[in-house]
Write a protein that binds this ligand. Structure first.
Ligand code: PEP
Ligand code: MN
Length: 338
């Protein structure tokens, strides 16, 4: 249920209604908008009596939300959510690119790549300090030492940092260092991780599970938001299909669906979405054309010797070319790259 307040409703009126909702054993989520405040009501108890809420004053209307996801739905919040990451806008008119290696391998590696991607216009640096690898014998990441390197990258180049928390055990530490907490495809339905990410204040980059429907994807975001963290960036990274010409099948049709159904920004990861370097540029173009709010791109200065995902990593030169094309396509669509 969504309680839409009158545009002249006072803060006290909003508080009173939140109080009544909580008194009924439900959760109230006040969401201030440009014109008026709406209060989302969630919980697994019976519906609250709408007439009682209407009678409290200051309420314009009560909407019964039909979708299984509530807080993430456009019905709850009709505007585009814009997530502020250290002054960088993710969503709205702005296109944002997150770029960097799959894994943090060393200080030198990160400095070389960060300098180049920053020059090309990336605003957010990616790199895993904890890596969810298919094989336990593959490189698992530098852990806290990797997080420290990422913090140095932020200090030196002014890039914001996105890095993955692979489980609840490392989440607090990752949250201390990162500007955005990544929850990976393999963890999209790790409900204790989602809930814990929802109880801390850093924005969350939630990647689509490799066999997740869009309803499941948005329900995962709902878990985070229901704990109080509304700063969620969705990421389409492809799903498993029978196709063997590509690592995953990058489902770009998810972008217009999510844009229509949810207010959250969605970016596209054509690196994991294709797994093959020569497909990254064409699918990046397509992602922006289809309405994505940005890209997540793996970049490595020496892809042949990368400790993970070399075959899908762009060189810094190729990334520079990609950024030029993205800006050009974005400007046709009225998007800025700030
Ligand atoms: C990653 O972005 O480093 C990653 C592991 O991606 P995904 O969770 O989409 O496989
Ligand atoms: Mn990777």
């Amino acid at each position: 249920m969504l309680v839409v307040m009158d545009k002249n409703a006072t803060r006290e009126m909003v508080e009173k209604i939140c109080h009544e909702i909580e008194k009924a054993g439900l959760k109230a989520h006040p969401m201030p908008g440009a014109l008026r405040t709406a209060i989302g009501v969630t919980g697994n108890k019976q519906q609250i009596d709408a007439d009682h809420i209407l009678a409290l004053g200051g309420v314009k209307e009560i909407i019964h939300v039909t979708k299984p996801f509530k807080l993430v739905s456009r019905e709850f919040y009709p505007e585009d959510s814009v997530i502020d990451v250290n002054g960088i806008a993710v969503g709205g008119k702005n296109l944002v690119t997150m770029a960097g290696p799959c894994a943090v391998e060393s200080r030198d590696q990160c400095m070389i790549i960060a300098e180049r991607v920053a020059k090309s216009g990336a605003r957010i640096f990616r790199g895993g300090a904890y890596k969810p690898r298919t094989s336990p014998y593959s490189f698992q990441g530098l852990e806290e030492e990797g997080l420290k390197i990422l913090a140095e990258v932020r200090d030196k180049f002014g890039l914001a940092i996105v890095t993955e928390a692979i489980d609840t055990e490392v989440l607090d530490l990752v949250s201390e260092y990162a500007d955005i907490i990544q929850i990976g495809a393999r963890n999209m339905q790790n409900y204790s991780l989602l809930k814990k990410a929802g109880r801390q204040s850093k924005p969350v980059l939630l990647k689509r599970g490799m066999a997740a429907t869009l309803e499941e994807f948005l329900m995962a975001a709902e878990y985070v938001m229901n704990e109080g963290n509304h700063n969620i960036i969705l990421c389409e990274r492809g799903v498993r299909t029978f196709a063997d010409h590509t690592r995953n099948t990058l489902d770009l049709s998810s972008v217009p669906y999510v844009k229509r159904t949810s207010h959250l920004p969605i970016i596209v990861d054509p690196s994991h979405g294709t797994g093959i370097v020569h497909k990254v540029l064409p699918l990046s173009r397509a992602a922006i054309a289809v309405g994505a709010d940005g890209l997540l791109i793996e970049v490595h200065h020496d892809p042949a010797n990368a400790l993970s995902d070399g075959p899908q990593s762009l060189t810094p030169d190729n990334f520079d070319g990609l950024m030029k094309e993205i800006r050009a396509i974005g400007s046709v669509l009225g998007r800025t790259c700030e």
